[in-house]
Design a protein around this ligand. Structure first.
Ligand code: SAH
Ligand code: SF4
Length: 374
């Protein structure tokens, strides 16, 4: 099987071009086409000789993601559903700047990307896991989500754009969160290969500190990540501060209970010295009782973690709901009174199925319903 051109590093391209007796500056030109111009075809690469384009096309694929569906308007949260080469669907979400989330005040847009088709971890509240796991995304399919959103944006009429891309960087989203469909650390090698390319100065040029990886708590992979020299940010989907509560909604907690997870996080911090973030979805009657704020605060203090409270987004076919706003605020206040830094996401994109996996699930179910019987 051919490799996709976007799964190759600068070094690998140089080796290939040397073998072909092509000058080194051709690699620079190719990388320009891939990561700056976001070329979708070999033919677009007009300053590369035709013979070289043919050699490239003979050896590598240049797959792009095709937009199957989009929801949202250009100045609010937008959700993209991509159709992959094998017909599978994945989602990306573009979120306008919101300094209270993962990034900093200077962030213009956050792009949330997927790492797998479906998810094997089956958290009870999550749409991504409802139909199980289909496959891992390849490095280029992870990278392409960034480029495809930018390609789409580049084709919008000027007056619709309203999205500020300052000359300092020509990346539309300067903040990346790996929080779409799938468990990123269960696709560790492909994820790391993709993030290295998205981070490299010859590739995406997105700073490692602008990239947040979210995990449901795969302890061994967190330890592995601790050994990696890259300075990515880490977010943990906690959602329960005791094994009793967490175990009820996250089956992964049986494999890696809190003691094991927190030990891995201790190790991560001893190696990285970096602050982690706890994600805590507030689900009515499940984990929103005020007496849960204390064990949550204890974990956060011990690990020097900040807590993002996220009101639950209803999922079709699931009966969970978010608590009333006064309960959300009271939970935040209880956390803060324990000396923990917390934020409450006053949700964007609530109306467009922005929580992970929802748009894909809906589309797949609609397609299935459309199929003729028999
Ligand atoms: N698998 C990884 C990353 C993808 S999920 C993980 O679990 O961390 C990204 C975040 O969305 C997780 O914190 C997840 O718990 C949360 N999430 C899933 N379904 C949600 C819903 N219906 N409403 C709000 N957040 C949800
Ligand atoms: Fe998978 Fe994360 Fe959804 Fe859990 S929350 S099912 S780990 S995508």
């Amino acid at each position: 099987m051919k490799r996709d051109i976007k799964s190759l590093t600068n070094e690998e391209l140089i080796a290939q071009f040397t073998l072909w007796a092509e000058p080194a500056y051709r690699v620079t030109q190719l990388l320009e086409w891939l990561y700056r111009q976001r070329a979708a075809t070999w033919d677009q690469m007009s300053n590369l000789p035709k013979s070289l384009r043919q050699k490239l096309a003979g050896e590598y694929t240049l797959n792009v993601l095709n937009l199957a569906h989009r929801q949202g308007s250009p100045d609010t949260t937008q959700k993209f559903l991509w159709k992959l080469a094998d017909g599978a669907f994945v989602e990306s979400v573009l979120i306008p700047a919101n300094p209270a989330l993962y990034g900093e005040a200077s962030d213009r847009h956050t792009l949330c990307i997927s790492t797998q088709v479906g998810c094997a971890y089956g958290c009870k509240f999550c749409a991504s896991g409802l139909d199980g796991w289909k496959r891992n995304l390849q490095p280029e399919e992870i990278i392409e989500q960034v480029l495809a959103v930018e390609r789409w944006h580049g084709h919008q009429p000027q007056e619709l754009k309203r999205i500020d891309t300052t000359p300092a960087s020509d990346r539309l989203a300067n903040n990346l969160v790996i929080m779409g469909m799938g468990e990123p650390l269960a696709n560790y090698d492909n994820l790391m290969a993709a993030l290295r390319i998205l981070n490299a100065s010859w590739g995406g040029g997105i700073g490692a500190r602008k990239i947040t990886i979210s995990t449901s708590g795969l302890a061994p992979q967190i330890r592995k990540l601790a050994e990696d020299p890259m300075q990515f940010r880490l977010a943990i989907s906690l959602h329960g501060a005791t094994d009793e509560v967490r175990g009820r909604i996250m089956p992964v907690n049986r494999k890696y209970p809190l003691a094991e997870l927190t030990a891995a996080l201790d190790y991560y911090q001893s190696r990285k010295g970096r602050m982690i973030t706890f994600e805590y979805i507030l689900i009515a009657g499940v984990n929103d009782a005020l007496d849960q704020a204390r064990p949550l605060a204890a974990l956060a203090s011990r690990l020097n973690a900040k807590v993002n409270l996220i009101p639950y987004n209803a999922v079709d076919g699931l009966s969970w709901t978010r608590p009333e706003e006064n309960i959300q605020e009271a939970f935040l206040a209880a956390l803060e009174s324990e000396g923990v830094t917390g934020t409450l996401r006053r949700e964007k994109g609530h109306d467009i199925d922005a929580a992970c996996g929802q748009l894909r699930l809906k589309t797949e179910r609609e397609l299935r319903d459309l199929k003729p019987l028999g």
